[in-house]
Design a protein around this ligand. Structure first.
Ligand SMILES: [Fe+2]
Length: 323
């Protein structure tokens, strides 16, 4: 069934989700997961009986990991803008999306539902924790001369760890339906698309070009999550650190087309990806979405052949919402 635009929007024309809070994966070995995420630059700990990973200096879990036989996306969690929870409840009701009990292994707070792919979604009525502060990056590029009497190489590697979780992209076999749900029921907005619905980028109002999105695939799955680091140097230093610790080289350094961010991806131990980014486009209410016919990167080596492989096992038929 087609969603009725505007009739279902929680707050007409307003983004109600303020950002991605964390994502949760089922993985076969928590010890391997913990070591990998620590090498990536996250701190790990325990919360609500789960392994969690955080950005150093930021008081918000960014990843939750639960032990299970195979890697699988367990849930995604978003924060809501203040005062929008009641409107979201009404939008869910109008769309016929039931509120559910938290899935086993998840924390019970907030509002839980399932998206059209059957993925559990948690909505928290709380603000995002501030990202770890970062110093200004002074540049001598183009016509700009900001750095005088400072040897950049002595400072470039001082602050290189992730500051915040920025976005995640999921595989889906029904990008049109998923996009309709996340925009018309949960209030995200389309930022841009590639080849119609081959890749869809969604934003949560003024801020990062995208906080969530979809890659068309044969079935649902987790593709990647991306963490902001303070500089392009931090991305390269992170990639060096992963190589030195024996991880596969991954993809990067490059600059993306859509979103424009510098990037480097590492494959995680389960066939999906984790990314550092810096210098992502910021957008506001004036941004107009476009459809593009472009490769994912403006420059840099092409992506490995495995980059768009959905390694997640096709799940058994889930009870999908029937809005
Ligand atoms: Fe990304």
């Amino acid at each position: 069934m087609q969603f009725l635009l505007y009739a279902l929007l929680p707050v007409k024309g307003k983004a109600v989700i303020s950002g991605l809070h964390h994502y949760a994966l089922e993985v076969p070995d928590l010890t391997v997961a913990e070591g990998f995420l620590q090498d990536f630059g996250l701190e790990t700990g325990e919360k609500d009986g789960s392994l969690v990973a955080m950005c150093p200096g930021r008081h918000q879990e960014q990843v939750r990991l639960l032990e299970a036989p195979a890697k699988r996306l367990h849930h995604v969690t978003f924060t809501l803008r203040p005062g929008t929870m009641d409107a979201v409840r009404e939008a869910l009701e109008r769309s016929g999306t039931p509120v559910i009990e938290p899935p086993p292994g998840a924390a019970g707070d907030g509002l839980w539902l399932r998206d059209p792919d059957g993925t559990a979604v948690q909505l928290l009525d709380e603000p995002q924790a501030p990202a770890r502060p970062a110093a200004e990056v002074l540049v001598n590029m183009g016509g700009t001369r900001q750095r005088v009497d400072i040897a950049q190489w002595t400072r470039a590697t001082e602050d290189v760890l992730p500051r915040r979780l920025g976005h995640s992209l999921l595989f889906t076999a029904q990008p049109g339906r998923m996009t309709a749900f996340y925009t018309q029921v949960l209030g995200l907005r389309v930022s841009d698309t590639i080849h119609h619905d081959m890749v869809t980028f969604l934003n949560a109002g003024p801020g990062d070009h995208h906080i969530f999105g979809f890659i068309a695939s044969t079935h649902r799955g987790f593709h990647h999550a991306s963490f902001e680091v303070p500089s392009i140097d931090a991305i390269a230093v992170g990639a060096d650190r992963m190589r030195a610790r024996g991880h596969q080289a991954g993809w990067g350094l490059g600059r993306h087309t859509i979103g424009s961010n510098f990037f480097h991806y590492n494959p995680d131990p389960w066939g999906s990806w984790i990314e550092w980014f810096s210098d992502i486009d910021q957008i506001d209410d004036c941004w107009v979405a476009s459809d593009w016919d472009v490769p994912p990167h403006l420059w840099g080596a092409p992506p490995p052949e495995t980059f768009l492989a959905n390694s997640e096992p096709a799940p058994p038929k889930e009870p999908a919402n029937e809005p």
